[in-house]
Ligand binder design. Structure first.
Ligand code: ADP
Length: 450
């Protein structure tokens, strides 16, 4: 096993990885920007290295400095967390060239899945159902019109290099097609330096359902069930749950089986998430994330499997120690992403946390990197923690989440806790009756005055 791992991230995920390392008896190296010198991941790690000033391009994305930190400390492997360099194939290649293990899939698999057109073609080849649309990039306006007419309006124009919901435009009918194409192209060019786009059928009321997979790169892969992440604002997930209230066991086994077989065939190593839109009983692949996800704890809560522990073991060359038949889904889990934001306007609210009282009790998990007296720097993501709750049933889980939100006190800054209290009292949420547009429609009614 590795003796020392460098954690190339910050915040709650750096802590999450650090915990898994400690439980495996592995020493940890934290890296941090000058703004994060007092962060909890720095305090809890065995060693820490300052790798640059606050802007992420100079610190958490600074590959030469991270590599130097590996050399100085003798770290044998790097865990990238999520975001930052976690899906950067070049980073994986550079580490490998320097004899440092990247805890994640091969650089080739990151590359394939990082290009949406190639990812979709690969998914299709592996027998994963995809959204009807163009076969690859669309170059001319005539082709775009012809393909859109074939699949039927409305359609979505998507950037091949897309991410974070950017470079996407809906065309409701043929008259909107040229405008959607040029808008998507120019946004993609600006954001990603690549203006290639493709076309997909635009689904009107889908759910976002994603399947968690784990492979060992030795031909073995299992699925760990699905997460329902339909509650989104601006394509950002807000609340996630497992299992999905929309799936029964047969649908779960069907899609899980397809995905696990595909990952075994790809010889995939590490954790990954296959994201689908789900409408009228059908699954449609949208993308694969080749890393740990923010919402991975809901899967851990219902399977009892520590995903980071498994990631580290397969990166170390070990084969999976369990089979699909050993994976059982127990009860229900929900995660609320707690952000330092005004709960009505979503304006960021950095500053000093003067009081911090997280909830506790049976089935309650708080993954957070903050503490009382900590000052949230203004440079990074506004998520300050995740409240994850497990219950024997969905109803019990919802009651427990409400109880926890009532107990949770954060003073000195604003947080999204009051929003969740209100959201979880909505009948549609209690009934599990929501699609990917539900949250934005509800927010548009201005339901909540802070
Ligand atoms: P990104 O990588 O930019 O996040 P995704 O392909 O994952 O892009 O899509 C982000 C979100 O956009 C999805 O979660 C869904 O809400 C919406 N979306 C994507 N493709 C479609 C589609 N074909 N029809 C309807 N909505 C879609």
């Amino acid at each position: 096993m590795f003796e020392k791992i460098l954690i190339a991230n910050r915040g709650e995920i750096a802590l999450r990885v650090l915990r898994a390392c400690k439980e495996l008896g592995i020493k940890t190296v934290a890296i941090h920007s000058t703004a994060d010198a007092n962060a909890m991941h720095v305090r809890l790690a065995d060693e820490s290295v300052c790798i640059g000033p606050p802007p992420v391009r100079d610190s958490y994305l600074n590959i030469p400095n991270i590599l130097a930190a590996c050399e100085i400390t003798g770290a044998e492997a790097v865990h990238p967390g999520y975001g930052f360099l976690s899906e950067n194939a070049r980073f994986a290649d550079i580490l490998t060239a320097h004899g440092v293990t990247f805890i994640g899939p091969t650089a080739d698999h990151i590359r394939i899945m990082g290009d949406k057109i190639e990812a979709k073609a690969t998914a299709k080849r592996l027998g994963i159902p995809v959204v009807p649309g163009s076969d690859g990039a669309v170059t001319t306006d005539e082709d775009a019109h012809r393909i859109a007419a074939e699949i039927g309006y409305p359609v979505l124009v998507k950037a091949s290099a897309g991410g974070g919901g950017r470079g996407m435009r809906v065309a409701l009918d043929a008259s909107e097609m040229s405008g959607a194409l040029s808008a998507a192209r120019s946004e993609a060019k600006n954001a990603f330096g690549d203006d290639s786009v493709y076309i997909e059928k635009y689904l009107l009321k889908p759910r976002h359902i994603e399947v968690q997979v784990l492979g060992d790169g030795q031909g073995n892969a299992v699925h760990l069930g699905e997460r329902d992440c339909s509650l989104q604002r601006r394509h950002q997930k807000v609340l996630e749950e497992a299992r999905s209230p929309a799936l029964d066991d047969a649908a779960r086994e069907r899609i899980g089986g397809i995905v696990a077989r595909a990952m075994a065939e790809l010889n995939y190593r590490g954790v990954g998430t296959i994201e689908f839109l789900y409408e009228d009983g059908e699954f449609y692949f949208i993308e694969m994330n080749t890393r740990l996800q923010v919402e991975h704890p809901v899967t851990e809560m219902i399977t009892g499997i520590d995903l980071v522990n498994e990631q580290i073991k397969v990166a170390n060359g070990q084969a999976l120690t369990f089979r699909q038949s050993d994976v059982h889904f127990n009860g229900h889990a929900i995660e609320c992403r707690i952000n330092a934001e005004n709960p009505a306007t979503f304006a960021p609210s950095p500053g000093k946390i003067t009081y911090w009282h997280p909830p506790g009790g049976l089935g309650v998990r708080v993954d957070s990197g903050v503490y009382q007296g900590y000052t949230i720097p203004p440079y990074y993501d506004s998520m300050i923690g995740k409240l994850i709750v497990h219950g024997r049933s969905r109803a019990e889980c919802l009651m427990r989440m409400q109880r926890c939100l009532d107990e949770f006190v954060v003073d000195g800054i604003q947080s999204t806790i009051p929003l969740f209290k209100h959201l979880l009292a909505q009948q549609d949420i209690i009934d599990g009756n929501y699609d990917i547009h539900w949250l934005e429609k509800w927010l548009a009614t201005n339901p909540f005055q802070a």
